[in-house]
Design a protein around this ligand. Structure first.
Ligand SMILES: [Zn+2]
Length: 238
């Protein structure tokens, strides 16, 4: 599946190559005919069109999920969502519940799966007992929300960006992931959040509530994402 409204197609694996006379459009599917080719700007995938081989930037293509993942609730903690392992675009857990607004930074309606929400509230309440005010800035996202954020990130940082997951590949679509911030809003979505009192408290305490901080400095090469001390995923009570 192609992700942007309209995608340029190239005659070889480079953004400098001549463009094809046709474009691809959102949700159009292609059959990839060869292996990934790394170029300086990004990776490219080959596909066939009317007997000719053309190339498309890999960040603009979504691999379709082989596992049926709509109409079922994936088991918490065992959801396999990562680069190369998408969930279906219409995956939506059936047990999403709203997060009370006093734990959120903005007025947007935030949702999580019930079990994750209950653990999250317990964690944030205990942080308040330690005089720390941790607020949720992002939670459950639909495939469509994620596609919007992903295309914005590419527009801003280019095809090589590694801050926002492809739609279908985000832990936020599972309804078990949150992004948080403390009192200092200057460090919103910044590594420096990990150095704040709230960030340090989370590093020490998340595991007690069944949460992990999956994107660490040490595993950037494995996950394909940068260090995100503000991104927490619920994997179940220890
Ligand atoms: Zn996140």
């Amino acid at each position: 599946m192609v992700l942007p409204d309209s995608v340029d197609v190239y005659t070889s694996s480079s953004l400098q190559a001549a463009k094809a006379r046709f474009n691809l459009h959102y949700r159009q599917t292609i059959r990839v005919t060869g292996t990934l080719h790394s170029a300086s700007s990004c990776d490219f995938l080959p596909f066939e069109h009317k007997g000719e081989t053309y190339w498309i930037p890999e960040p603009l293509v979504l691999q379709m999920s082989e596992a049926p993942s709509s109409g079922i609730d994936l088991p918490i903690g065992l959801e396999n969502v990562a680069k190369g392992h998408p969930v279906s675009p219409d995956y939506r857990p059936s047990d999403l519940v709203p997060i009370p607004p006093q734990y959120c930074l903005n007025d947007l309606p935030h949702k999580l799966r019930r079990e994750a929400m209950e653990a999250c509230i317990q964690m944030l309440q205990n942080a308040r007992k330690a005089a720390l005010d941790i607020r949720i800035v992002s939670s459950y996202r639909t495939f469509t929300n994620q596609r919007y954020l992903y295309m914005k990130a590419i527009e801003k940082h280019g095809l090589g960006q590694n801050g926002v997951a492809k739609p279908g590949h985000s832990q936020h679509q599972l309804g078990t992931a949150i992004d948080v911030i403390g009192r200092d809003l200057q460090v919103l979505f910044k590594e420096a959040f990990g150095e704040t009192p709230e960030g340090k408290w989370l590093i020490k305490n998340t595991a007690n509530y069944g949460f992990t901080i999956p994107y660490q400095k040490e595993n950037v090469n494995q996950t394909g994402y940068k260090y995100e001390p503000w991104h927490l995923r619920y994997v179940g009570k220890p």
